[in-house]
Design a protein around this ligand. Structure first.
Ligand code: DX5
Ligand code: ZN
Length: 216
């Protein structure tokens, strides 16, 4: 079954507790937390103090997507807040191998995120056996509510073929512009985790579980 990761970026930040409680009955979801530093991307969201408090109101796995220039700083700072997955942008780092070793000591799951224009081929094949997830961005990171970039579907297909060739089991996550219109092709292409912000949180009656199920 496809895991859905509702992105809190689209939730009501003034009423986060209720927003998260509305997701408590959904099954097989991760809470996607977009951490932005106003440097790697032109936007700023929230930090470890907020995440630590979220942990008190949900039992869902916390899936953090770090859109930051200095992931080395953030892996240390977030180590005690209860994250399940830590995804960093490949583009932000030089010493990927060393970083992944450290991240694996601190988090149950480690993910590599790629911007739309970054090809899969930047990642050496041996690295895939060391990580748990690859996040394929289907919009340019920084903002919710953007239009899905259709060329990304082929990238997902290529990544799935590579995963099969290597005999690996990492999660293929897609993030940006995911709706009930774009999800079916992504699932067919091999994605097994879909991030969705505005599509989930724009339900007029706030029936987020319904939106989540419609993506599957
Ligand atoms: C964008 C973020 C996404 C964003 C997705 O930089 O990484 O997680 O919240 O929002 P939607 O689903 O509205 O495109
Ligand atoms: Zn994200």
């Amino acid at each position: 079954m496809t895991t859905i990761s509702p992105s809190l970026l689209a939730a009501d930040f003034l009423d986060l507790r209720s927003e998260i409680e509305r997701l408590n009955h959904a099954s097989n979801i991760w809470l996607h937390l977009d951490i932005m530093d106003s440097h790697f991307v032109p936007n700023l969201t929230f930090g470890e103090v907020v995440v630590k408090n979220l942990k008190h109101v949900t039992e869902h796995k916390l899936d953090a997507h770090f859109m930051v220039t200095n992931p080395e700083f953030f892996i240390e700072n977030f180590k005690d807040v209860g994250l399940y997955n830590f995804s960093f942008h490949w583009e932000a780092l030089t010493h990927h191998d060393r970083f992944i070793q450290r991240a694996k000591e601190l988090y149950p799951s480690v993910g590599i995120s790629l911007n739309p224009s970054t090809p899969i081929s930047v990642i050496p094949e041996y690295i895939f056996s060391k990580i748990d997830l690859v996040l394929i961005m289907s919009v340019n990171p920084g903002f919710g509510g953007q239009k899905f970039i259709p060329e990304v579907t082929q990238k997902v297909r290529d990544l799935d073929a590579l995963k099969k060739k290597l005999g690996l089991n990492f999660v293929i996550q897609v993030d940006g512009g995911v709706t009930d219109q774009t999800a079916p092709d992504l699932i067919a292409a091999g994605a097994n985790n879909l991030v969705a912000g505005s599509y989930v949180f724009s339900h007029p009656q706030k029936d987020y579980t319904k939106r989540i199920e419609s993506l599957r």
